[in-house]
Design a protein around this ligand. Structure first.
Ligand SMILES: [Zn+2]
Length: 490
């Protein structure tokens, strides 16, 4: 296959033959990458996607990274049922109002109409709260620190793979505490964990802060979020952590006998990240050639492509296998692509499109020089690396790529963040190059709603370092107690 046609080589079913450039249509670029890199596919059920093995391998690595951190901070995993009796969901008034429009119902089991309809969980506060009411009796039973990895269903009208789907995978942590202070500390600990994990593992810089009243979780006292900026200048809410106060404890009867023997309501939290993070990774790092994966969550960190010349199967291939084994011995994930059904040029383009951080090309000439050609996906630069000390060089290179991706995304975010002092300036930024806008906000729901209606920008959060930065509200001119971050968002 010639170099000219490599990018238009579609898959066998001809689903997507090339990737639309980002500058032409970012949204189409995203869909093309998802399909062409074989991350996910549509199904017969509208809004429900199948996550393909390559996409699922990314999810498993993300899952592992978060799960390790949850466990290190004292959380344990459990599993709760998919169905919730409708009456349970109704117990917390704000919660049910928030979720009712998105709930999927089960009204029949086999031939039988159910006496009480079930809902498919949109989130699990109701079922878990009911169980916590049984499990928690005394202050000695606290804190309860449980997480579950599960699927949830929210009936969405407009869907997009990974970003918004009717069924999605996530983790939901549910904790119960003795005091308000402990619940607040837990809520913020998890937010900090989310930020650190997103930046360390996904190389995705995020702003952490508190949501406004109108954007908070249905039934929560306080909601905090991490917000990332995508390559098209739109924000993505990448994780949320909620302090539920005693709202759910009161609705579900989570009571315990306190140290002073009095009966008290527990203080609870809930928090989650989902497969949406995969969408975030795609749109934070990808380019016109496709996906770019941070090494820490890349299913294959290195792909080795042997160059089939001469008696390569007796010379090049054994050496490639040897390199693979030595890299794997250091914990590096390697794919040796020795398929003889595809040319090296096709493989280069293919693995570039699928975002593998490092590609090694090994041919007879490299063997003679006792070296290997190594290409970086992020910079698309190539260099010859000596075989001597190769494993160490690769480990260093992968670390470099991980750091460079975070740096690049942070620079992009900073370059697309504007602090404005007037509403005219706010509007002109939103009409021009999109990104985050930092502005004073008085705290009024009306100002927030008018800004949204007039500019499509929503209040993403009030970052911790923006609290106490006094000024005037960008909309009404009244004094503002803190700065808020606005953006058009997914
Ligand atoms: Zn205002």
């Amino acid at each position: 296959m010639s170099q000219e046609t490599k990018q238009s080589q579609g898959d066998a079913k001809g689903a997507v033959t090339e990737i639309t450039p980002q500058s032409e249509n970012f949204s189409q670029w995203y869909l093309d990458v998802v399909r062409r890199a074989e991350l996910a596919d549509y199904t017969e059920v509208k809004g429900c996607m199948a996550i393909r093995p390559y996409g699922y391998a990314i999810w498993e690595l993300i899952q592992k990274a978060f799960d390790e951190r949850f466990k290190k901070t004292g959380h344990v995993n459990a599993y709760f049922p998919l169905f919730i009796p409708a009456s349970l969901l109704m117990k917390e008034k704000e919660h049910v109002e928030g979720f009712a429009p998105q709930v999927a119902w089960v009204t029949k089991g086999g031939d039988e109409e159910l006496a009480e309809p079930l809902v498919v969980r949109p989130t699990s506060e109701a079922i878990i709260g009911t169980l916590y009411a049984k499990w928690i009796k005394s202050w000695r039973d606290l804190p309860v620190l449980i997480n579950q990895w599960a699927n949830v269903v929210r009936w969405e009208k407009v869907t997009r793979p990974f970003l918004r789907t009717t069924e999605f995978l996530w983790q939901e942590g549910h904790t119960a505490h003795e005091t308000a202070e402990e619940a607040q500390a837990e809520t913020l600990q998890i937010l900090g964990l989310y930020k650190e994990c997103a930046e360390t593992e996904l190389a995705m810089p995020v702003i952490d802060g508190e949501k406004s009243e109108s954007e908070k979780f249905a039934g929560a006292s306080r909601t905090y979020s991490i917000e990332a900026l995508m390559g098209d200048g739109r924000a993505l809410q990448a994780g949320t952590s909620h302090n539920l106060g005693q709202n759910f404890a009161k609705a579900f009867g989570i009571q315990f006998q306190g140290r002073d023997k009095s009966l008290q309501y527990a203080w609870t939290t809930s928090w989650g990240v989902s497969t949406r993070l995969i969408g975030g990774v795609i749109m934070t790092h990808g380019d016109d050639n496709g996906l770019i994966l941070p090494p820490r969550i890349a299913p294959y960190q290195v792909v080795i492509v042997p160059i089939p010349r001469g008696n390569w199967q007796e010379t090049v291939l054994p050496k490639a296998r040897e390199i693979k084994a030595s890299l794997e011995a250091r914990g590096i994930r390697v794919f040796l692509d020795h398929r003889d059904t595809q040319t090296p040029g096709w493989k280069f383009a293919e693995w570039e499109l699928r975002g593998v951080p490092l590609r090694m090309e090994l041919g007879p000439k490299d063997l003679e020089k006792s070296a290997v050609m190594v290409a970086r996906r992020d910079t698309r630069t190539k260099e010859s690396m000596p075989m001597d000390g190769l494993v160490d060089s690769v480990v260093r290179k992968l670390d470099d790529i991980q750091a460079a991706l975070l740096q690049r995304a942070t620079t992009f975010r900073d370059e697309h963040t504007t602090r404005v002092s007037s509403y005219d300036e706010f509007k002109s930024v939103m009409e021009g190059r999109p990104g985050f806008v930092i502005a004073g906000w008085c705290g009024s729901v009306d100002c927030e709603a008018q800004i949204k209606a007039e500019t499509q920008a929503t209040l993403r959060n009030i970052p911790f370092d923006g609290v106490g930065v006094k000024g005037t509200c960008v909309k009404c001119g009244k004094p503002s107690p803190s700065e808020a971050w606005f953006a058009k968002a997914y």
